[in-house]
Design a protein around this ligand. Sequence first.
Ligand SMILES: Nc1nc2c(ncn2[C@@H]2O[C@H](COP(=O)(O)OP(=O)(O)OP(=O)(O)O)[C@@H](O)[C@H]2O)c(=O)[nH]1
Ligand SMILES: [Mg+2]
Length: 471
Amino acid sequence: MEELNVRDKSKDTICAPATPHGESAIGIVRVSGKDAISIVDEMFVTKDIKTGILRNAKAGTMKHGLLLDSNKNIIDEVICSVFLAPNSYTGEDIVEISHHGSVYVQQQIIISLINKGVRVAANGEFSQRAFLNGKMDLSQAEAVADLIHARTAIAHDLAIKQLRGGYRNVLADLRNRLVNLLSLLELELDFSEENVEFAKRSDLKHAMSSIRMMLNRLIDSFATGNAFKNGIPIAIIGKPNSGKSTLLNAILNEERSIVSSISGTTRDTVEEVIQLNGVEYRFIDTAGIRHAVDRLESEGIKRSYKAVERARIVIYVVDLTQTSSEEVQSELVLLDTQVPLEGKKILIVGNKIDMVRSTRVQKKKWDAMGAMQVSAKQKLGINEVVNRIVTLSDQDDVRGKIMVTNARHYDAMRRALAALLVAEESFDEGMSMDLIASDIREVLHYLGEITGEVTTEEILNNIFDKFCIGK
Ligand SMILES: Nc1nc2c(ncn2[C@@H]2O[C@H](COP(=O)(O)OP(=O)(O)OP(=O)(O)O)[C@@H](O)[C@H]2O)c(=O)[nH]1
Ligand SMILES: [Mg+2]
């Protein structure tokens, strides 16, 4: 009996505005589901009051006419685009009503649809249906959201690649290898009593390690992929008064294109986001690194170290009137003991060049360290700093490469790897094939979560809730 009360919402015909709320030249209301065409058809007439136009429309055609409310009053002159299942975004029948971009008109269209039994779609419900109807896998549906949110050329590039399949081929390859491995393990299992070996131990071991290496490569690409998608973190550090904040302001003044200023959770780290050459960078201005005299200060220094830890690029600002090139070297060694700098790009910026008469010998020493000499206050050499940052970010490494950019995928891959490591260990310890096979099945399970072969209501809700309405 109870089951009767559970309505299958996936069968509803749904509607939602597909364009942002506000006045615009054109607005679009999207309707999807088995009754989409017949319901909109009841509201739609041609200028000479012909009806039944949409149900006879060919797939992929547009019809011009009037949209009427339940009292047969004209809501607007519209164009209806008709898409037929299964060849539509959702895989269902879809009508897209293009109307004049008036908030009132859009509202009236939605109300009329609701009156006819259409339900307003939840966030991402169109894309969710596309996934459930096999129009795209889960990672592609997520790429649609990434594409909508992309603000930079590089984020766009990454989203498009994922939309076009991304690492689907790599995952399919991994899957095949795992399934092969599993069938070998199960063969051994079936015949274990007869003491026959079907696969050489070394082959099995090799199969596992090559899968591990493939997984590791994907996992490693996340740090870079994620940075390019969400903005490359750059920490600006150095002694107090070296001119860190002045340098950041100078860079911002020259290059600011995206305006956003995020004050850190604390007063002493400030984050600024700018776009350089199609990539987003997050500059984190820190409190100077000094010997802490009180607790407040030591907290500020801790945060500076945290900023360095998070950064891919570290700009180390030096006051040229105070510090020699030799001293900088030892300061960096000291910093490295606090926060490991390995894998980070370090850019030393000697500041306040306007205050010193740099000799040729001194200049050579700074140059030899790859340090720049600038005046943040007088804006000398700032463009060079910007150019160096762009070079250091290795954009060419990312463009055209397949990278993991999605934290959910990264998480699933890490769990897959953990399960694989357990399997390898069990194998080395000579555990039963039964046990190893079950670990391998777990690896497959986690990888299946990425594309959505394995999924739960919770995973789906988590993903599609983040979509905009109408997508
Ligand atoms: N002559 C000269 N003065 C500079 C230059 N850059 C910064 N200053 C001055 O140095 C002082 C410190 O600058 P800030 O940018 O506040 O230095 P900071 O490193 O952010 O300092 P803290 O945040 O206290 O660690 C200010 O008086 C600046 O005007 C420069 O290129 N030349
Ligand atoms: Mg400062």
